[in-house]
Design a protein. Structure first.
Length: 75
């Protein structure tokens, strides 16, 4: 059973970040994404908008390239 638990854990850790994910959800799934978002200039990760704004919407608001940011987040 321990082997199965590890497989489940690996799958969760490697979940792909997508453009329609909510910022808060991304942070929950992959906490290290905070650094990537901050380095990209998205400093409002803790604001209330992060609870309902998708990554794509946030990129539009901040004038960011969604494809580049997705690539960085999924490294």
């Amino acid at each position: 059973m321990a082997l199965q638990d590890n497989k489940t854990s690996d799958t969760t850790e490697k979940q792909e970040i997508t453009r329609d994910m909510i910022i808060g959800e991304i942070i929950q799934i992959k906490p290290e994404a905070i650094n990537t978002l901050l380095m990209a200039g998205m400093g409002c990760i803790a604001c209330p908008s992060s609870l309902y704004e998708s990554l794509e919407e946030a990129c539009m608001v901040h004038g960011m390239d969604i494809d580049y940011l997705l690539e960085e987040l999924n490294k």
